[in-house]
Write a protein that binds this ligand. Structure first.
Ligand SMILES: Nc1nc2c(ncn2[C@@H]2O[C@H](COP(=O)(O)OP(=O)(O)OP(=O)(O)O)[C@@H](O)[C@H]2O)c(=O)[nH]1
Ligand SMILES: [Mg+2]
Length: 317
C-alpha cells in the first residue's frame, strides 16, 4: 500500500532524530561512542542493545573516520539482527476451526481496533472471522466492535451490558465452531479495578473456554502502544504473569511513536512481534518486517544523490 513505509518512518522519526544527533560524528573515539550509546538508550532501544552495539563499533571501527552512512548502515544491520528472530507473521492454524485469539493489553493500546483490522485482513484472505465483544464493562466497547463487524462483514457475538465475559467467550466459541469459523477474535477489557481482578477475569475466560476446547485460546496477543515507550516493557512483564502471552502487536507506530522500544522488547522477551499498527483505519495493520523497521528507525541517508549512485532499492511508498 502506498505510503506504508513512509508512515512507519514518520512514526519512528522521534526515535530517529535522537539517533541522528549522535550519528554525525566523523571520528569514532571514546566520546563519540558514548554519545552514540546515550542516543540509543534515549531512543528507547534499552541499555543491553545499546551496550552490544557500542561494543561492536569499538571492536570494528574504533578510532577510524567513518561516514554517517557507514554508522547508519552498521546500526541498521545490528537492529535488524535483533528484530529478525521476532518478526514472525501471525498465521491462524488451519487445523483449528476456529483458531481462538485472546486479545489482551492495558486500556487504550488498540485491542479493539486491532481486532477490527484483523477481521478485515483475514476476511479478505477468505477466512471466516467472528468476534466476541468480551469487554462487557463499557457499552461503548461493545458498540465499537459492532461497528467493526459491520465494516468487515463479520459476526460479532455480544451480550447484554455487564454480561459475563467468560460466558460470552464460551458462547462465541460454541457458535464459531458450529458455523465453521476459521478465526475467533476475543476482545477483553483493558482496565479492571486492579491487577488481581484482571487476572481473575482473564483466567476465567480461559478456564470456561477450555470446557469446550481444551486447547483454547490458541494465541494470546498482547497489544502494546508504541507511544508509551519504556512502560511497554513493564506491561509485558505484568501480562506474562497473568496469561501465557504468545505474541505481541505493536500499535501507533505512526504519529509520535517511540519505536525504539520494539528493539528493547525483542531483545528482552524474544516474543514474536506479529503485526504493527500504523493508523486507525482498517488497512493500517501490517506484518512486522525487521528490515523495514530497522531502516525506518535509523533513517535514510540524507543525500539523495548518494542513494541514487548506490542504486539502493526504493522502499515501497
Ligand atoms: N494512530 C493510531 N491510532 C490507533 C492505532 N491503533 C489504535 N488506535 C487508536 O487508539 C485508540 C484506542 O484504541 P482501542 O482499539 O479502542 O483500544 P483498546 O485497547 O481496545 O482500549 P480499551 O477498550 O479502552 O481497553 C482509538 O482511538 C484507536 O483509533 C494505530 O495503529 N495508530
Ligand atoms: Mg477496547
Amino acid at each position: 500500500m502506498a505510503g506504508f513505509f513512509s508512515r512507519l518512518r514518520q512514526g519512528l522519526s522521534r526515535s530517529t532524530q535522537k539517533l541522528n544527533a549522535a550519528i554525525n560524528h566523523r571520528h569514532l573515539d571514546e566520546s563519540a561512542l558514548e554519545d552514540l550509546e546515550d542516543a540509543l538508550i534515549s531512543a528507547d532501544l534499552g541499555p543491553a542493545v545499546a551496550g552490544r552495539v557500542i561494543e561492536g563499533f569499538r571492536d570494528s571501527k574504533f578510532g577510524r573516520d567513518v561516514t554517517t552512512d557507514e554508522i547508519r548502515e552498521a546500526l541498521a544491520t545490528e537492529i535488524a539482527a535483533v528484530l529478525k528472530p521476532v518478526a514472525v507473521p501471525f498465521e491462524p492454524d488451519p487445523a483449528k476451526k476456529p483458531h481462538v485469539v485472546l486479545m489482551v493489553g492495558v486500556n487504550g493500546t488498540g485491542k479493539t481496533t486491532t481486532i477490527g483490522k484483523m477481521a478485515r485482513l483475514y476476511g479478505e484472505q477468505g477466512k471466516k472471522v467472528m468476534m466476541v465483544a468480551g469487554d462487557t464493562f463499557r457499552a461503548a466497547a461493545v458498540e465499537q466492535l459492532q461497528v467493526w463487524g459491520q465494516r468487515t462483514g463479520s459476526v460479532v457475538i455480544a451480550g447484554k451490558p455487564e454480561a459475563d465475559s467468560a460466558g460470552l467467550a464460551f458462547d462465541g466459541l460454541k457458535r464459531a465452531t458450529a458455523e465453521g469459523a476459521d478465526l475467533l477474535l476475543i476482545d477483553t477489557a483493558g482496565r479492571l479495578h486492579n491487577k488481581g481482578a484482571l487476572m481473575e477475569e482473564l483466567a476465567k475466560i480461559i478456564r470456561v473456554m477450555r470446557k469446550f476446547d481444551e486447547t483454547a485460546p490458541h494465541s494470546v496477543l498482547l497489544v502494546l502502544d508504541a507511544t508509551t515507550g519504556q512502560n511497554a516493557m513493564e506491561q509485558v512483564r505484568v501480562f506474562r504473569e497473568l496469561v501465557n502471552v504468545t505474541g505481541l502487536v505493536v500499535t501507533k507506530l505512526d504519529g509520535s511513536a517511540r519505536g525504539g522500544i520494539v528493539v528493547a522488547l525483542a531483545d528482552a522477551f524474544r516474543l514474536p512481534v506479529h503485526m504493527v499498527g500504523v493508523g486507525e483505519k482498517a488497512e493500517d495493520l501490517r506484518p512486522f518486517s525487521a528490515q523495514d523497521f530497522a531502516r525506518g528507525l535509523v533513517g535514510e541517508s540524507g543525500d539523495l544523490a548518494s542513494r541514487l549512485v548506490e542504486g539502493s532499492d526504493q522502499p515501497e511508498g
